[in-house]
Design a binder for this molecule. Structure first.
Ligand SMILES: [Ca+2]
Ligand SMILES: [Ca+2]
Length: 912
C-alpha cells in the first residue's frame, strides 16, 4: 500500500513582485508609483507626480502617433504621512512590485533617473527609479528635460526594453576614412526583429525614416537607432505531474514554519493560525507580534496531528475569516498556501479568491501538489515556490525565507545569509564558514536542523574574535522539531564565523545550517539579492535564462561569485555559475545583474531556483547604474550657452568601495517546464551567439578576442569556430557563409565563459593606411549545431585624429532617443500593432465617461483636442496608503490521503 501525506499551510503575509500593468485599448492601467517609506512627508512629490504623469500621457500619445497613453496610475505613499480622506487603502499593490520607485539616491549618486533592465532588447525592465530631488527641483529640467519626457523615455526602457544608444559603454563603430562619425547600432542582437530608423527634428516637428548606409563606410549613418519589435509571449500553462513518494514532510514543514515565525516575520505583524483538512478550524486567533513570547506561542498552534483530506478552498475561506476578525476587508492581506496534495475542487473558489483583494503565495511540496496551485498566484500576484522531497536541499525552509514584507523597508527585512545541508555519516563532521558583513548583523540567527536523531548533534560555532558557542548555548525546540537555534545578542561580530557539527547519531543523517540576519543600521543599506527566471512557464526546447541581481541600496555589486542551483523532482540538482561579464545572455557587463542560460531540462513539471552569492575581499565593489537618463551638460538659449552644474560624480572610493566579504542566499521561486520529450534528449542547443568580439591590428597581424560560448548556449565547450572576414560590412552581414574564411585549424574552443584570443595574418589583403577589415565569428558544437553570427567588428589600421572623435555623439543620439511630439516611429509600438490596436482617431471608448464630458469634446479627432490637455484628465491617479499592520495568517492543515485509492486495502499509515 502506498501512503501519502498532504500538508496544507496557509499564511498571510504582505509580499508581491512583478508589475501588474495592463494595456487596454492603448491605455496603460494599474501603473504603480511607490514612495519609499523612509522619505519625509512632502505633498509636492504627490502633486508633481500627478503633473508629470498627466503631461507624459499627452506626450506619449503624440509620440506614439496616438496609440498609447497613461490611463490609470496609483501612488503608494508611506504610512507615516498624514492621512487624507481621498486616500484609498492599499489592495494588491506593494512597494516591491511598483513600476516606479521614488527613493533617495544612495551614496549621493545624483538624480539620474534610470530603469533597471535585466534582459535584452524587447524584454521588459524591472522598475524606474526617480529621486525626490528629481521630482521637486525644477532646475533639473535643464539637465534632463521635462519630467514628462524623462518619464516617457524611461517608460520605453521599462515596457519595450529599448536600450539607450548613448549607453556610455556601448561600442560605436567609427569611420576612419572620412573622420566623420558613423554609428552601428549594437544594442540589439540579430534575433530581435525591428527597424533601423533615424529621426530628424526642426523645432518641435520631427520626422523618422529608415537609416541609410554611408556610401564611404558602408555603416549606418550617424544617429541611426534600432527599434525592436516586442517578442511574442509564450502562453502560460500548468503542468501535470506524476510519480509518488512519501517523505518526512511534516517535520520539514514545521522546521520551516518555525523559522518563518521566529526569524522572518517582522515585528508588529499580525498572525493567526488555522488548521484544515476536509474542513477548517481556527487554532490561533489573529494576534500581533509585539515580543518573542508571541512568536513562541504561535508555534504551539502548529498542530502535529494528521487527518485526511485536502480542501484548499475551505482553508482559504477560513483564512479570510480570521483576517476579518480585525480588518473590515481583505485588501492588502496575503496568504501563503502550501500543499503537497491534490484538490480537484479548487475551481469553486477561484472567482472568490480573485476578487478578495488578498494576495496568495503558493508553496508546492513534492511531485503531487495540485497542478492548479499557481492559478491562485497568477490571479492575485503572489509568489510561487516549489520544494522537492530531496532532504538535503532545504527547499521548504528557503521557500518560507523568501516570503518577506514587500514594504520597501529594507532595514526591517530578514536577509538570508546561508542555507546549506548535507548528509553526514556516523561520527563525521559538517564544517563551514559564514561571513557576517558590516551591512548586516542585527537579529542574527544560526539554526541547525537534523532529520533523524531525537537529540541534537554536537555543535561548535566560533565567532571572528574566538568566542565559542556550543550545543548547550543553542535553544532546542521542545516540540521535537529537530531544530537548534542561536540568537546572537546585539550586533553579530563582522567577518568569518566558523562552524563544525558532528553527527553523533547511530546512523547517517542530513544536517543543515541556516543563518538569517537584518540590516546593521538604518543608515547603511544591506547587500541584497533577488533571483528569478526569465519566465514562469517554458516550452522545451526554448532555453531559459537565470538572473540574480546583487545590490547595495540602488547600486550594483560587482565581482561576486554567484552560483545558481536548479532543482527538479527527477534527476539531481544542476549547479551553474552566473556571470556579469556582458557575454552570451548577460546583456550588460558590470551592472550587478548576473545571468546564465538554463538548458538542462530533466523532465516536465515544476523546478525551483536558489542562488548562493559569495563576495570575497578585494574582488567585490559597487558599480554604476545603466539605462539612466542622460545628463545634459548644458543648453543653448538665445544663442547663449548655459552650462548646467556638473554631474555629481561620486569619488571612486565611494563608488568602487571594497565591500569586503559577504554571504547571501536567495530563492528564485519556481517555474514550470513542459514538452520535454521522454526517453532521452538529443542536443537541441547550439553555442550561444558571441556578442563581444573585439579586433585590432598588431602590425600586419589581426588580433581577435571574445568570450567563449559553450556546447549548449553558454554551457560546456564548443567544438570549433568559423571566422570570416571581409572588406565589406554588408557582405559579411548578409552572406556570412560566402565571406573569406580565416584558417582556424589551430584554434580549439575553451570552456564557456573564458576569454579567447586569436592572432593571425590575413591573406590576400593589402594592408595599408586606412585599411578596414570586418570580422565575425560562429561557433559550432559537436552535434554540428551552429551559433548565430557574432557581432561584426572592424579592425582599422589607423586611428583617427583625436578631434574627429565624436564628442557630440551622445548628445546627438539623445535627441533621437527621447522622441519629441508625434515622433515615435511606426515600429516602436509593435506591442500594439501585433495586438491590433488601431491608431486611434478618437478617444478610446474605455476612457471614463467623466473624462469625456469634463474636458474632451465627444467627437472629433484627438489631435484636435491636443495640446489642450486632451486626454490628461482621463488619467485616474489614485493615492494609496501602505498597509498599517501586516496581517499574517497561518493556517495549517495536515492531512493524509491515499493517492492510489484503487490500490487501497488497509488503513492509513503515517511515517514521521
Ligand atoms: Ca549583467
Ligand atoms: Ca549543443
Amino acid at each position: 500500500m502506498r501512503v501519502f501525506k498532504s500538508l496544507v499551510l496557509l499564511f498571510l503575509v504582505p509580499v508581491v513582485r512583478g508589475s501588474r500593468v495592463q494595456l487596454k485599448n492603448g491605455g496603460y492601467e494599474d501603473i504603480v508609483i511607490a514612495i519609499n517609506p523612509e522619505l519625509p512627508e512632502d505633498h509636492n512629490i504627490i502633486r508633481n507626480i500627478q503633473d508629470m504623469v498627466k503631461e507624459a500621457s499627452t506626450y506619449l500619445f503624440n509620440a506614439t502617433k496616438q496609440r498609447f497613453f497613461f490611463k490609470a496610475v496609483k501612488i503608494i505613499i508611506p504610512l507615516h504621512w498624514l492621512p487624507k480622506p481621498e486616500y484609498l487603502s492599499v489592495k494588491t499593490e506593494s512597494y516591491d512590485k511598483a513600476d516606479v520607485i521614488v527613493a533617495n539616491p544612495f551614496l549621493k549618486y545624483g538624480d539620474d533617473p534610470y530603469t533597471l533592465q535585466y534582459g535584452g532588447c524587447g524584454e521588459k525592465g524591472r522598475y524606474i527609479h526617480f529621486t525626490p530631488n528629481f521630482l521637486l527641483n525644477d532646475t533639473l529640467h535643464n539637465i534632463y528635460g521635462s519630467r514628462a519626457k524623462v518619464f516617457v523615455h524611461e517608460w520605453a526602457h521599462l515596457r519595450w526594453g529599448v536600450f539607450d544608444e548613448y549607453n556610455y559603454d556601448a561600442p560605436f563603430y567609427l569611420s576612419v576614412n572620412s573622420g566623420k562619425k558613423t554609428v552601428e547600432a549594437t544594442s540589439c542582437s540579430t534575433d530581435i526583429t525591428g527597424k533601423y530608423i533615424v529621426q530628424s527634428c526642426t523645432g518641435n516637428s520631427c520626422t523618422t525614416r529608415e537609416c541609410e548606409y554611408d556610401q564611404q563606410t558602408k555603416l549606418y549613418e550617424a544617429g541611426c537607432k534600432f527599434v525592436p519589435e516586442k517578442p511574442q509571449n509564450v502562453p502560460a500553462s500548468i503542468m501535470y505531474m506524476q510519480s509518488l513518494s512519501s517523505y518526512n514532510r511534516i517535520n520539514r514543514l514545521y522546521q520551516a514554519a518555525e523559522i518563518f515565525l521566529l526569524q522572518i516575520i517582522e515585528m508588529d505583524s499580525w498572525v493567526g493560525i488555522v488548521t484544515f483538512n476536509f474542513t477548517a478550524q481556527i487554532t490561533c486567533n489573529l494576534q500581533q507580534i509585539v515580543n518573542e513570547t508571541v512568536r513562541h506561542d504561535l508555534i504551539k498552534c502548529l498542530s502535529t496531528s494528521a487527518r485526511g483530506g485536502t480542501n484548499i478552498c475551505a482553508g482559504v475561506r477560513k483564512g479570510f475569516e480570521v483576517i476579518k476578525q480585525k480588518y473590515s476587508n481583505l485588501d492588502g492581506s496575503e496568504i501563503v498556501l502550501l500543499t503537497d496534495g491534490e484538490d480537484r475542487g479548487m475551481n469553486i473558489c477561484l472567482t472568490e479568491v480573485k476578487n478578495s483583494g488578498s494576495i496568495i503565495h503558493t508553496v508546492a511540496l513534492g511531485p503531487n501538489a495540485a497542478p492548479q496551485l499557481e492559478q491562485f498566484t497568477n490571479m492575485t500576484g503572489g509568489l510561487k515556490f516549489y520544494a522537492t522531497d530531496t532532504v538535503d536541499s532545504n527547499g521548504l525552509i528557503d521557500a518560507f525565507s523568501g516570503i518577506s514584507s514587500g514594504s520597501g523597508n529594507i532595514s526591517e527585512q530578514p536577509i538570508q545569509l546561508e542555507s546549506t545541508a548535507q548528509s553526514v555519516a556516523v561520527k563525521q563532521w559538517m564544517n563551514g564558514t559564514v561571513t557576517i558583513d558590516s551591512t548586516v548583523g542585527k537579529d542574527t540567527f544560526f539554526v541547525v536542523t537534523w532529520n533523524q536523531s531525537t537529540s541534537p548533534p554536537d555543535i561548535l560555532l566560533r565567532d571572528p574574535k574566538g568566542k565559542e558557542y556550543r550545543t548547550s548555548n543553542f535553544t532546542v525546540s521542545d516540540l521535537n522539531l529537530r531544530t537548534a537555534r542561536l540568537n546572537i545578542a546585539g550586533t553579530a561580530e563582522v567577518r568569518d564565523w566558523f562552524y563544525t557539527i558532528k553527527n553523533n547519531h547511530t546512523e547517517s543523517q542530513v544536517i543543515s545550517m541556516i543563518v538569517t540576519s537584518r540590516a546593521a543600521s538604518l543608515a547603511v543599506p544591506p547587500v541584497t539579492v533577488k533571483a528569478h527566471m526569465n519566465k514562469d512557464t517554458n516550452n522545451f526546447p526554448n532555453p531559459m535564462v537565470i538572473y540574480a541581481e546583487v545590490n547595495q541600496g540602488f547600486l550594483p555589486v560587482l565581482g561576486a561569485t554567484v552560483m545558481a542551483t536548479v532543482e527538479q523532482e527527477t534527476g539531481s540538482a544542476v549547479e551553474l555559475r552566473l556571470l556579469d561579464d556582458g557575454s552570451g545572455v548577460d546583456i550588460i557587463k558590470n551592472d550587478g545583474i548576473y545571468s546564465k542560460y538554463f538548458t538542462s531540462f530533466k523532465g516536465n513539471g515544476r523546478y525551483n531556483l536558489k542562488v548562493h552569492i559569495q563576495g570575497r575581499n578585494q574582488t567585490v565593489r559597487l558599480g554604476r547604474r545603466q539605462s539612466r537618463a542622460l545628463y545634459v551638460p548644458g543648453y543653448l538659449e538665445n544663442g547663449e550657452i548655459k552650462m548646467n552644474a556638473p554631474r555629481p560624480e561620486p569619488s571612486n572610493e565611494e563608488i568602487q568601495a571594497n565591500l569586503g566579504s559577504f554571504n547571501r542566499v536567495a530563492t528564485g521561486g519556481s517555474f514550470v517546464v513542459k514538452n520535454v520529450p521522454s526517453g532521452g534528449i538529443t542536443d537541441m542547443f547550439p553555442p550561444c551567439k558571441i556578442t563581444n568580439v573585439e579586433a585590432q591590428f598588431e602590425e600586419d597581424k589581426i588580433h581577435l578576442s571574445w568570450t567563449a560560448p559553450g556546447n549548449n548556449l553558454d554551457e560546456g565547450q564548443a567544438d570549433r569556430y568559423i571566422i570570416k572576414m571581409s572588406e565589406s560590412l554588408l557582405d559579411l552581414r548578409n552572406t556570412f557563409e560566402n565571406a573569406t574564411s580565416v584558417n582556424t585549424s589551430s584554434l580549439v574552443p575553451k570552456p564557456a565563459g573564458t576569454k579567447e584570443s586569436f592572432q593571425f595574418k590575413p591573406e590576400n589583403v593589402t594592408i595599408e593606411n586606412g585599411t578596414i577589415i570586418y570580422f565575425a565569428i560562429c561557433a559550432v558544437d559537436n552535434a554540428s549545431l551552429t551559433s548565430e553570427v557574432s557581432n561584426i567588428v572592424q579592425a582599422a589600421l589607423f586611428v583617427p585624429p583625436k578631434e574627429s572623435l565624436p564628442d557630440t555623439l551622445p548628445t546627438e543620439v539623445i535627441t533621437n532617443s527621447v522622441p519629441k511630439q508625434e515622433s515615435l516611429p511606426d515600429t516602436i509600438p509593435t506591442e500594439v500593432i501585433t495586438n491590433s490596436v488601431p491608431t486611434q482617431e478618437s478617444l478610446p471608448d474605455t476612457i471614463p465617461t467623466e473624462v469625456i464630458t469634463n474636458s474632451v469634446p465627444k467627437q472629433g479627432s484627438l489631435s484636435d483636442m491636443l495640446p489642450n490637455d486632451g486626454i490628461n484628465d482621463g488619467i485616474n491617479v489614485s493615492i494609496i496608503v501602505t498597509g498599517s499592520v501586516i496581517a499574517v495568517l497561518i493556517a495549517v492543515s495536515i492531512t493524509i490521503c491515499i493517492l492510489h485509492k484503487k490500490n487501497r486495502k488497509g488503513g492509513y499509515e503515517l511515517r514521521m
